[in-house]
Design a protein around this ligand. Sequence first.
Ligand code: SF4
Length: 631
Amino acid sequence: MYGTTAKVLRVNLSTSVLDVETLEEDFYRLYPGGKALAGYILLNETPAHTEPFAPENVLVLANGLLTGAPVSTATRYVVSARSPLTNGYGESEAGGFWGPELKMAGFEAIIITGRAPQPVYLWVKDGQAEIRPAAHLWGRDTADAQEAIRTELGDGKIRVLQIGIAGENLVRYAGITNELRHFNGRNGMGAVMGSKNLRAIAVRGSQRYQTLAYAPEILMALGRKLAKGVRDNPLSWDLQQRGTLGIVEPLNTGGILPTRNFRQGAFESVDDVKWEAYEKQLLTARRSCYACAIRCKREVAIEGHISPYGGPEYETVGAFGPNCGINDLQAIAKANELCNAYMLDSISTGATISFAMECFEHGLIGLDDTDGLELRFGNAEAMVCMVEHIARRQGFGNLLAEGSLRAAEKIGGDAKFFTMQVKGQELAMHEPRGKYNVGMGYAISEIGADHLVVTHDPTLANPDSLAFKNARPLGITVAQPPRSLSDEKMKQFYILERWNSLEKVIGYCFFGPAPRSFIHPDDVLTSINAATGWNITMEEALLIGERATNMARVFNMREGFSRKDDTLPDRFFQGLENGPLKGNAIPRAEFERALTVLYCLKGWEPETGRPTRERLEALSLGWAAELMETQ
Ligand code: SF4
């Protein structure tokens, strides 16, 4: 088989037994890495109703098929387990360098089960692996721990994936970092790793992807072409020039910059937090993930020192900035640094603090609850302080470490109204009242509110744009307004969801393939076929994406999720308070109707959201139907 190492490392931390398994080609063509491989393993190996922090919760780290290929943005790996934040299917992806290094070390995936009696880390090198003690790493900042591991193993080029103290303390939205600057932030995967007493996975490999590929010369030529093509597409070029911060001002101008816990869509101090201010006040360098020509990552200086943790991206600036009513870029960068030193998901952390600020302003909590902190919108000092308290589970931080939904249940009163979450996971910084497909993605996603389910609506609103033209090979032929929930819009959603899911399977970054960015769909297929020799079509590619989504859905059905969980917070069915979209609300009845249309397109029962046996069999998932019915 080409394009893959075909090896999976299995680690039982309870027994310290390590094993290597081989993947067969027929299997791998159905589940070619990332979200699909992880979903298959999770569904088959996690007993129904497993407690997220129990040793039986299976933790999977899975590379995409193309992860490590010499092609821009093919950098991603997925981490999956039952989520302690949502109690459903958990998943979080990251780029950086760790995934490619794992492939070069000879493995597609690592499956972790059990719980080590003492803190440990895993050391993987060129097909070999060992479990090593990590008590000396426990409680240390991520930068310290990374340095200690590299020193101990005598190699400064080792790629280190790890949790921080937030994961050790089982903060329900603790994440995982690699190389200190790339994050599996969402869904609490770091807390699951912490519950297993696993602090880190260090990896070193000497293989090259080209030696795995069916047609390495085609892959290399494509890589060279793409490296030159970044500047030819306005979307990828803007990512290189301004990073993800480039969207702050356009979102504000459009009235869809989440502000003060999504009450408002325009921030009066946007000039203080937009790209130009960031470039002037914080920026020291541009950085990248493995072999990526876009280079959207940023390095910054905070209080006079260059942060080892990279600079805040748009989501983080949005979450700690406008959504907390804060315009102090230094404070935002400090909060970002703390999140990364302790390894918290910056989206859920910022959104949970923002939720607490609204509770404070409505008198649901007071100074006695918040450790004396005036937790009001705009109070940057209190915000930074609360990040520290959450990671350490100190005082009020201990409650917020449970996530906004669980915290609201404890606070009582109207607190739940102020939680901006779906299935327990907080929304990313994209306002659904101005992007209805993003809203539908938040509602329907198996992992709770996720902004990476589909390409965002404005990208495909203009029929003359390059983005729209590049979407044609996917079957998207009619441009749609951002605030439409028409049947045609749901068809667009269905196609984009399958396509974006494919990206999570094969290892492309959200900012790589068209229509969001510059890699034409035909080139995506070329890269898969050059790697594998499979000669797959667009239809097969979309089926791979849809299969992965359906496994995640079956996992959730088994855990008792249903249509009632595919919704949005009530706030989004009410009007925005300010900005160009002032008064605009998502029409609830229309949203419910569109959800039914979407279920029917996906072959899911309209009343329950449950995949039909017929559709599962069409996706070669008849075994999953059996699994769902026998539980
Ligand atoms: S576009 Fe940015 S996040 Fe994506 S792979 Fe490239 S550098 Fe990494």
